[in-house]
Every structure is written in C-alpha cells, then in structure tokens.
Design a protein around this ligand. Structure first.
Ligand SMILES: NC(=O)c1ccc[n+]([C@@H]2O[C@H](COP(=O)([O-])OP(=O)(O)OC[C@H]3O[C@@H](n4cnc5c(N)ncnc54)[C@H](OP(=O)(O)O)[C@@H]3O)[C@@H](O)[C@H]2O)c1
Length: 236
C-alpha cells in the first residue's frame, strides 16, 4: 500500500449511496475510512470502518483520529449520512427536530472541522456534502421544512467554506440529489416518486456517486451545488 494513495472519509457508509461511494473510491485505489452506526469491519486492508452515531462529536473524533492513525492523512470527506422526515410543519416533534439537526447538521459540523484541520496540514483537501434538491424547489404534498432547514444550511455552509479555504487548497462542494433508488425508498413508492421529476423517473445511486467522483477530480470547481435531480431544480 503506497503512502501516495489518497484517503477518503465517507459517512453514512453502511448502505445506500454511502456504501456505493465506498466501492467506487476503492476501485480508484483510494484508502477509505467508512463510518455509520451499523457499519461492520472490512476484510479489505484499504478500508477502515468506525461504528458510531455521527450526531455525536465523539464519533467524529474517533473517525478522524483512527483514520489518520491508520492511513496518515485525509484527502477527501464525503458528508453523506443524512435522514429525511417528511411531516406537516406543525406535526414535527422535538424528537424529529433533534434527530434531523443531529444527523444532518451535527453530523456535518464536527467531522468537517476535524477533517479540514487535517487537510490544512497538507494545504490540500476536498469536502463534498450530500444535500437535497428539495431545498431549491419545495414540492406540494412533500412537506419538508426540516430537510430545507438542515440541508439548505449545508448548501450555504458549502459556499462559505469554499471561500474561506479557497486560497488554502481546500475545496468544498455539494451534490443535491433528486429522489434516488436507495434503501431510503421502498420499491412500491418508485412510480409515484419518479413522477415528481421532469425526466419522469427516479435517479440511480450511481448518478450521485458519479457526481461525487467528478467533483473530486475537478480542481477548479469549488462552492458548487451540483444538482443531480432529473431537472427538478430547473422547473416543473
Ligand atoms: N435517496 C434519496 O432519494 C435522497 C434524496 C436526497 C438526498 N439524499 C441524501 O443522500 C444521503 C444518503 O441517502 P441514502 O438514500 O443512501 O440513505 P439511506 O439508504 O437511508 O442511508 C443513510 C446512511 O446514513 C447512515 N446514518 C443514518 N443515521 C445515522 C446516524 N445517526 N449516525 C451515523 N450514520 C447514520 C445510515 O447508517 P446507519 O443506519 O448504519 O447508521 C446509512 O448508512 C443522505 O444524506 C440523504 O439525505 C437522499
């Protein structure tokens, strides 16, 4: 294993888009630090798994310190862990609010701070956060204020980070998905969810993974919110 191999941290890596992102980076010979609550140890020496709740700052600390101890550096952070609770605004409970802000915002904040501190040592790095296209076009019948509050915050923070670190070699971008065929959505909902996109169907997890890989290989792109949403953000 060469010390020049890049190291990527992926949150929410136990299933869905995060698990597919791990596979794609591994094919490119990145070394991986993968985290989620239910993630299992890997037989692959190029993959370190760290189990924990990403809303807890202690998990972020373990992921970055164990990742640096094993692989020596952090090149890219993919903030993919996220949850979605669709409810009428007044129906959200304090528990819903705590859960969504915990995973979507705390889960971004603590690990991004620690990862960027490592990236600064090499004057090089990249943070990609997975947000949602809903932030830019609320859909009648899909009540989603807490998604907009949290993921909209990540879009805004992405631009802010991009500018704060532009001259220090660290980029920040986001991918804003439409509705993707991941374990988040049961197959029997796919037809109705597909109809919410101008192209008439849902996206594949590979569409998001390809967007992440593009951004990671695009040194002149920073502060971008890349919509991968079948045209949703363009209009209806
Ligand atoms: N699928 C879509 O249609 C869609 C649309 C817009 C945006 N997104 C965003 O895309 C990202 C990935 O979504 P997905 O569709 O792949 O979802 P998913 O299949 O539900 O996977 C979510 C991942 O997040 C992890 N996670 C959830 N709560 C966590 C916690 N408290 N601590 C640590 N990890 C936690 C889960 O692992 P554990 O349960 O093992 O912890 C899992 O690995 C999310 O940020 C989501 O908001 C998805």
């Amino acid at each position: 294993m060469s010390a020049s191999q890049k190291v990527v941290v992926v949150t929410g890596a136990s299933q869905g888009i995060g698990a597919e992102t791990v596979k794609a980076f591994r094919k490119l010979d990145y070394r991986i630090v993968a985290t989620a609550r239910s993630i299992k140890p890997s037989d692959d020496p190029g993959i370190l798994t760290v189990a924990g709740d990403i809303a807890d700052p202690a998990t972020a600390h373990r992921v970055i310190t164990e990742g640096v101890a094993r692989f020596g550096r952090i090149d890219t952070l993919i903030n993919n862990a996220g949850i979605f609770i669709a409810k009428p605004f007044t129906g959200y409970t304090a528990e819903d609010y705590a859960a969504m802000t915990g995973v979507n915002l705390n889960g971004f904040f603590y690990i991004t701070q620690l990862a960027i501190a490592e990236m600064e040592k090499n004057r090089s790095g990249h943070v990609v956060s997975i947000t949602t296209s809903l932030v830019d076009h609320a859909i009648d019948g899909v009540p989603s204020v807490l998604a907009s509050l949290t993921k909209g915050g990540l879009n805004a923070a992405t631009k802010s980070l991009a500018i704060e670190y532009a001259e220090r070699g660290i980029r920040a971008n986001a991918v804003a998905p439409g509705i993707m065929k991941s374990p988040m959505h049961a197959p029997e909902t796919h037809a109705a969810l597909g109809a919410l996109h101008p192209v008439g169907h849902m996206g594949e997890m590979s569409d998001i993974v390809n967007a992440i890989l593009y951004l990671d290989a695009a040194p002149f792109v920073t502060g971008e919110i890349l919509h991968v949403d079948g045209g949703q953000s363009a209009g209806h």
